[in-house]
Each structure stands twice: as structure tokens, then as C-alpha cells.
Ligand binder design. Structure first.
Ligand code: SF4
Ligand code: SF4
Length: 92
């Protein structure tokens, strides 16, 4: 998804591909098409498209996905609001 994105390089989303059983749940629930499943393994195809909603991690049956909802993007944006654009922002 290119119409609604946060900032590059701040997502906390991680995938342990060795645990993945290829069920496709992450592809089904992700609103931003972050995942793809090929040959029974999920891969992250658009990390910066992740908005850290947490749906994929909640629905993965083998806990192959971790994400801290709202930590990366939300933290960055809130600090930008508080400190102002151009300020040095601490982000995960
Ligand atoms: S946290 Fe939400 S937006 Fe990010 S990959 Fe998972 S389902 Fe998609
Ligand atoms: S939900 Fe979990 S097990 Fe299913 S395809 Fe995605 S990462 Fe793999």
C-alpha cells in the first residue's frame, strides 16, 4: 500500500521464517499487504508498509511474528509533534 505509510525504517515488525507453517493468516489480516506466502513460508515484502496494528502477530498460530503495536511509528510521530520537525528524534 503506497497511499498510507508512516516513516521508513521504524517498524518493530519481525518474522521468524523458520517457525512459519505457511497458513496465510498474516496475509489475510494485514491491511497493508506487508506479507507474502510462497512455497509455504511467509516473507515480509513491505516492512515500511507496516502500521504496527498487531493483527498479524495476534493471528499467527505459531508465534512466528512479533510486533510492538504502535511503538515505532507512533512513538516517532508523537515525538515529532512534541519536539517539532527538525528536532533530533529518538526512535526504537
Ligand atoms: S502489524 Fe498490522 S500492518 Fe503490520 S504487518 Fe502486521 S497486520 Fe500488517
Ligand atoms: S500467520 Fe504465521 S504461520 Fe501463518 S503464514 Fe503468517 S507467519 Fe506463517
Amino acid at each position: 500500500m503506497n497511499d498510507f505509510r508512516y516513516l521508513p525504517g521504524v517498524s518493530t515488525l519481525r518474522l521468524k521464517e523458520d517457525l512459519c507453517i505457511g497458513c496465510g493468516a498474516c496475509v489475510e489480516v494485514c491491511p497493508h499487504q506487508v506479507f507474502s506466502v510462497n512455497e509455504s513460508k511467509a516473507t515480509i515484502v513491505d516492512l515500511d508498509g507496516c502500521m504496527e496494528c498487531g493483527a498479524c502477530a495476534l493471528n499467527c498460530p505459531v508465534a512466528a511474528i512479533t510486533v510492538s503495536p504502535g511503538v515505532g511509528c507512533a512513538s516517532y510521530i508523537i515525538q515529532t509533534w512534541i519536539k517539532g520537525k527538525g528536532a533530533v528524534i529518538e526512535c526504537c
